[in-house]
Design a binder for this molecule. Structure first.
Ligand SMILES: C[S@@+](CC[C@H](N)C(=O)[O-])C[C@H]1O[C@@H](n2cnc3c(N)ncnc32)[C@H](O)[C@@H]1O
Length: 244
C-alpha cells in the first residue's frame, strides 16, 4: 500500500463526537487507521491472494465489496494466474473511490480494476468465482445483511467462494468484555491515546454493529454456502471462507 498520513482524527478533544463516516478525512488516513485498529489486517492481506488463486476461475468475475482503497482488488490483480478475469471494486464512499482511482493510476497492474461507486446492495453479482467482503457487512443495516449474503451466494459459480471478515461480538458477556479489553490494548500498543480510543468508540456506536460468530455461520449456511471455515481469527476479528 502507499503511505497514508497518520490517523489523528480523534486525537484532540471534540465538543460533540459525530457519527463515524467514510469521508475524505478518513480516506486520507485509512491505511494507517486500519493497520493500527484491526488486528491481523496485514497478515490477512498476505493470505488473501493465496486464497483467491485457489478459487478464481478463468473468464469469471471477482468482487471486492466495500473495497475502500482497494487492498484486496490490487493484491488479487497482482497475484492472479488467470488472463481473463474482471475485478469489480465497489464502495459507496466517494472519497474512497477517488483515492483508489488515484492509487490505481500510480500502479502498473496486470488487470484493469473496474471501480463502482455504489451501494453494495445495488450491484449485480453475476458469474462470480471469488468475492471479498472485508470489514464491511458490520456497517450495513442489519435488515439488509441476509439479502446481501444471499445475493453473493446466488451470484457465485459452483465452487466459488466468499471471504468475509468482521469484528464479532460474543454471547458470553465475560468473553465480550475480555475481547473488547484486549482490542483496546492492541490500539494502545499502536499508539492510540485513551481519548482517541474513547472518542472513536463513541463515533462508531450504532454505526459499526457486530454480529456473533453463530449469527455469521447461520447466515452463510442459510444463504446456501456448503463449506464454511474460520480462515483466521485475531482477537474479536474473524475471517470466514465460505464455499458455494
Ligand atoms: C472498514 S472499510 C473496508 C476495508 C476494506 N475492505 C479493506 O480490507 O481494506 C468499510 C468500507 O465499506 C464501505 N461501505 C460501507 N457500507 C457500504 C455499502 N452499503 N455499500 C458500499 N460500500 C459500503 C465504506 O465506505 C468503507 O470504505
Amino acid at each position: 500500500m502507499t503511505r497514508s498520513s497518520k490517523d489523528l482524527i480523534y486525537a484532540s478533544k471534540q465538543d460533540k463526537v459525530e457519527k463515524f463516516v467514510f469521508d475524505e478525512d478518513v480516506a486520507g488516513v485509512f491505511e494507517d487507521m486500519i493497520q493500527r485498529s484491526v488486528p491481523g489486517y496485514t497478515a490477512l492481506n498476505q493470505l488473501l491472494p493465496i486464497v483467491a488463486n485457489q478459487f478464481i476461475q478463468e473468464g469469471s468475475n471477482v468482487y471486492d465489496l466495500g473495497c475502500s482503497l482497494g487492498e484486496a482488488s490490487i493484491s488479487i490483480a497482482n497475484a492472479t494466474n488467470c488472463s481473463n478475469i474482471q475485478i469489480h471494486a465497489v464502495d459507496n464512499s466517494a472519497a474512497m473511490i477517488k483515492q483508489l482511482q488515484a492509487r490505481l493510476k500510480s500502479l502498473n497492474l496486470k488487470f484493469p480494476i473496474q471501480l463502482i461507486h455504489d451501494d453494495v446492495a445495488a450491484v449485480d453479482i453475476i458469474d462470480g468465482s471469488f468475492a471479498v467482503l472485508n470489514y464491511t457487512l458490520q456497517f450495513i443495516d442489519r435488515s439488509q445483511r441476509d439479502m446481501l449474503i444471499n445475493k453473493i451466494c446466488t451470484g457465485l459459480n459452483k465452487n466459488g467462494a466468499l471471504l468475509l471478515s468482521e469484528k464479532i461480538t460474543y454471547q458470553d458477556v465475560n468473553e465480550e468484555a475480555l475481547m473488547q479489553q484486549l482490542h483496546e490494548n492492541f490500539k494502545r500498543q499502536n499508539d492510540y491515546s485513551e481519548m482517541e480510543i474513547s472518542q472513536k468508540r463513541e463515533a462508531l456506536e450504532n454505526v459499526l454493529i457486530r454480529d456473533t460468530h453463530e449469527q455469521h455461520i447461520e447466515r452463510l449456511q442459510k444463504a446456501g454456502f456448503s463449506k464454511i471455515s474460520v480462515l483466521t481469527k485475531y482477537l474479536n476479528f474473524v475471517s470466514y471462507l465460505a464455499i458455494k
